[in-house]
Unconditional design. Structure first.
Length: 459
């Protein structure tokens, strides 16, 4: 028997040990044994009968709770066993709140205390009213975007969607009396970070952990953040690999977009917005890492998260709005959807890690797909370099003055590309390059078939 989450030993009684009892009551309950030293050796209690009578009243007066105090005999000595039940309401000791964590008793302060008190009250961070948030802070654009998505999903009454801002916010349970809740600001205001620090998303491209190549920040309401983050990942960060079906050349991403989208939505819904830290997406050549400053529901383990589990979002009001908009499901199926997308794409499921003061989710590329993507990237780089070299050589060649080409075509409109190449002393690809530039600039155009047509010089 060792000290732990629900057990602690004390050699003798002191009133300050009410902190430990407070911690047990605010967590999962526990047992405080008086008469054992910190190594577990039985030393006994000399005044056990008096403590047996005094402690229940003392603990009641100091903590406002009732405990069982039992007299036990061990190794021929008296020990006291103080049994503490978990309490649904918050318990304080002299104005301070304590909670049991592992084998230690910790004082709660700041954001940790706020979360503890909200949880004991059956509330969530996103459900707290924000007296500084006004109805006009929720933009019409954001509400129209939501209404359009909710109508398409069929998960919200169309009559409510037609009734305007207040009706939509009421239906989403984002109002309390005359105030709007924090979730309304995140979902529908232009710059949520004005009220909630870190309410945005950061994306970075890394060669190594300490070699950041470039980065982007995504701001706006949460609906816009999700859309823009996926767009930026697609355009600037994700590498494709080449495969073939018969003669058809197919470009595919190293990572399944559906799984990345689900991981992003999970991060948005489960983030601890009181942390003041943005969601962070780190893109490497062979992996993508999502880090979210959030935490698992109370008493959940990573094993429970990975198995079949009910939906228990950290921010239930955010989850409800995203569900109504058709962006997420309401049955806790996000992890299963990510696994399925990865399996269909031919990569392993992501690795989950809770050791980084939040939840880290890492997707690893398939080695064979990565090798093909790397070969494709090198080939494209070589082609671009060759094209740039050609362009530089042609631009600096005095024989290829564009005005000279225009003059020749004005004098002899039927001149062929081959004849131009011979007259200018260029290769055919060089002539084609300059003709394309002149056409694009609106200086010339070709009329008729390629071989039998003619050139027109445009004013």
């Amino acid at each position: 028997m060792k000290e732990g989450q629900r057990l602690e030993w004390k050699e003798s009684w002191r009133d300050e040990f009410c902190k430990t009892i407070c911690g047990f009551a605010n967590a999962d309950g526990g047992v405080l044994i008086v008469g054992r030293d910190n190594k577990g050796k039985i030393v006994g209690v000399s005044n056990a009968p008096k403590l047996l009578e005094d402690l229940p009243n003392k603990i009641r007066d100091l903590l406002g709770i009732m405990v069982d105090v039992n007299l036990r005999e061990a190794a021929g000595r008296d020990v006291l066993e103080i049994v503490v039940e978990p309490y649904p309401n918050p318990i304080s000791y002299r104005g301070e709140y304590y909670v049991r964590s592992g084998s230690t008793t910790q004082a709660l302060k700041g954001a940790a205390l706020d979360k503890f008190l909200l949880r004991k009250q059956g509330r969530s961070w996103d459900g707290v009213p924000d007296p500084t948030l006004r109805l006009q802070d929720c933009t019409g654009r954001a509400l129209r975007l939501f209404a359009r998505s909710a109508a398409q999903s069929g998960r919200m009454d169309r009559a409510v969607l037609r009734d305007g801002k207040k009706a939509i916010l009421d239906n989403l349970e984002l109002t309390e009396g005359s105030h709007l809740k924090r979730a309304a600001g995140l979902l529908f205001s232009d710059r949520p970070e004005r009220r909630v620090s870190g309410a945005w998303i950061k994306i970075g491209l890394f060669a190594t952990d300490d070699d950041l190549r470039h980065q982007d920040e995504v701001h706006g309401n949460l609906f816009e953040q999700v859309d823009e983050t996926l767009r930026v990942l697609d355009l600037k960060y994700l590498k494709a690999y080449i495969s073939y079906e018969g003669l058809q050349r197919i470009e595919s991403y190293l990572f399944p977009l559906g799984a990345l989208r689900e991981a992003l939505l999970n991060a948005v819904v489960h983030k601890d917005y009181s942390s003041g830290i943005p969601i962070q997406i780190s893109v490497y050549e062979d992996k993508i890492v999502f880090w979210n400053p959030g935490e698992l529901p109370q008493n959940w383990t990573l094993k429970k998260l990975m198995g079949k589990h009910p939906s228990k979002p950290f921010n239930p009001l955010l989850a409800n709005a995203l569900f109504r908009a058709g962006l997420i499901e309401s049955w806790g199926r996000g992890i299963e959807k990510i696994r399925r997308e990865c399996a269909e794409h031919g990569i392993a499921p992501p690795v989950y890690d809770l050791s980084m003061s939040g939840l880290m989710l890492t997707f690893h590329a398939d080695p064979q797909q990565l090798a093909e993507a790397t070969r494709t990237s090198r080939s494209q780089t070589q082609e671009k370099a060759q094209e740039n070299t050609l362009e530089t050589n042609l631009e600096t060649n005095p024989q290829t003055n564009p005005e000279k080409i225009v003059a020749i075509l004005a004098a002899r409109p039927s001149t062929t590309r081959l004849a131009l190449a011979a007259e200018l002393g260029l290769k055919l690809e060089g002539v084609r390059y300059h003709l394309r530039k002149l056409v694009a600039a609106g200086r010339i155009r070709h009329v008729g078939p390629t071989k039998a047509g003619r050139w027109e010089v445009l004013k």
